[in-house]
Write a protein that binds this ligand. Sequence first.
Ligand SMILES: Nc1ncnc2c1ncn2[C@@H]1O[C@H](COP(=O)(O)OP(=O)(O)OP(=O)(O)O)[C@@H](O)[C@H]1O
Ligand SMILES: [Mg+2]
Length: 399
Amino acid sequence: MELLKSGMPRDEVVTATNTVPAVIDASFSIEQGEMFVVMGLSGSGKSTLVRCLNLMHPPTSGLVRVGGRDLASLSPTELRTLRAEKVSMVFQHFGLFPHRTIIENAAWGLEIRKVPKEERREKAIEALGLVGLSGWEDSYPGELSGGMQQRVGLARALATDADVLLMDEAFSALDPLIRGEMQEQLVSLQQDLQKTIVFITHDLNEAMFLGDRIAIMKAGQVVQIGTTEEILQEPADDYVRSFVQGVDRSRVLTAGAVMEEPVGTILHREGPSAALREMRLRQTGGVLVVDKRKRLVGAATDEDVARIIRSGERSLEKIIPLEDVAKVSPDTLLADCLIPSAESRVPIAVVDDDGRLLGVIPRVTLLSALGGNDANNETEQETGKNLASANASEETEGM
Ligand SMILES: Nc1ncnc2c1ncn2[C@@H]1O[C@H](COP(=O)(O)OP(=O)(O)OP(=O)(O)O)[C@@H](O)[C@H]1O
Ligand SMILES: [Mg+2]
């Protein structure tokens, strides 16, 4: 600790003392109900960090507070209770007992707490239902696929009713398809149950799909903590940048994160001439139409409006009806915006549950978000550069 504090790099500390400082300087707090992901390369200290959170590894220095209580101040009995009832761990290799039935495995955390048998059964049945394993209660782990076994591991943690789940590479042993399903299931469970989850992974795609916030570790240190958007838009250093390059943005960025202010919409009662004026002003071929409470009512393209005006109509009744307008919710993944965007002649509308227009995604915004450009500055600079070089080549030609 002294050597580290004096600024000696980790490698040198290892050589000098024959001791690995596995986690150095990791300070953060996790909100109740948050899905907090810790990611980093193998050996970066993720497992050590997560094991510190329930004092399975007591930290050499520093402290861990859960619900305001310093865990170091707990007696051994209190600490056992905390692990059994408040902070539950889900392991990578499932940790199931092969000779026990699924329900016995799921109830294990309750058994060690000496919960009466009937209550144990009830809770385990409920938890197995939550992870989609109803009907498998009396089977044995060997009869289940890897994905199903992992669900049993998750059910075991859920059955304890713990507020905090620590999940160390919980999905890493699963094949990609099942892994994706488990990720989706965890997100929906989390929305229903509002657990606080610390999820460890070395896969940034998984981290970004799951995490409300992500802590990125390098050689024992937390080098960046932020939301998916923050990390994608402003990676803290080259290490983070190298991860970010491999990310499938379409599967981690949401409509809400890239949408733009809904400028250039028109009010339904304004009529076709106003729509045409707006399109000329914005030099676009289509507009979204809203009512005065900002609820989306439809869309109009230049052709629609020209036809309406030619036919002498004064209202926007015969525009693209609401059900045919490309619209998504703020948490729609960009992957699911691609087809609507390609098929639509107006920007995609991002609407809330009441149908109110929150923002728009013009196709160019979607494409630049997927291409990794920060739409607000890089694209402009790029365009500026391209224009400059186009001018330059024109000049050369002229000479
Ligand atoms: N029991 C141990 N004894 C000695 N060194 C250890 C022990 N456990 C971990 N380490 C060292 O601590 C460092 C961090 O290991 P840790 O297991 O926390 O990494 P990790 O990020 O979880 O890696 P992985 O992705 O491979 O699981 C590594 O350098 C490792 O060699
Ligand atoms: Mg690990």
